[in-house]
Write a protein that binds this ligand. Structure first.
Ligand SMILES: [Cu+2]
Length: 153
């Protein structure tokens, strides 16, 4: 094993030296004859590689919804109550903490019951928000104030 490794290393060193020498020699040669000849600078024109992002370029945007356990429902962004959010595609993560409430988001282009009344636990949906007013509510208790709104600009 060791012997072989040693031999391999020596072989590689010798090879390396040989290549270096050859390269040096060749380099000299090439330069001399190339000056008139080898002007074929290969130009690989990479056209149409313009991948333009039309999605606004920002990283994944997230909104957090919470319904229950009491008669409360809310939507927050970065830990603060969402009042005005930028239009775009969001991951909406909803925590449903009660089997007597649901989470329903209604607004331009969106009518999504993210969690149902009996459901408890976490659910995640992707929503595309357009400028306008969005309402989130617990359907059975919206009339008693279990709802809120935020503006999308
Ligand atoms: Cu409710």
């Amino acid at each position: 094993m060791n012997g072989m490794t040693k031999r391999l290393i020596i072989t590689m060193l010798v090879l390396g030296a040989a290549i270096a020498l050859a390269a040096a020699a060749c380099g000299g040669d090439d330069n001399n004859s190339a000056s008139g000849d080898t002007t074929t600078t290969e130009q690989t024109t990479t056209e149409e590689t313009t991948t333009e992002e039309t999605t606004g370029g920002s990283a994944s945007m997230e909104l957090d919804g919470e319904t229950g356990p009491g008669f409360t429902i809310e939507v927050s962004q970065n830990g603060a109550d969402a009042e005005s959010v930028a239009a775009g595609t969001y991951t909406l993560k909803v925590e449903d903490k009660s089997s007597s409430h649901n989470f329903h988001l209604i607004g331009p282009g969106v009518d999504e019951e993210v969690t149902t009344v009996p459901f408890t636990g976490d659910k995640e949906v992707t929503v595309t928000l357009k400028p306008g007013t969005y309402t989130y509510q617990c359907d059975p208790h919206a009339g008693s104030g279990m709802k809120g709104t935020f503006e999308v600009t």
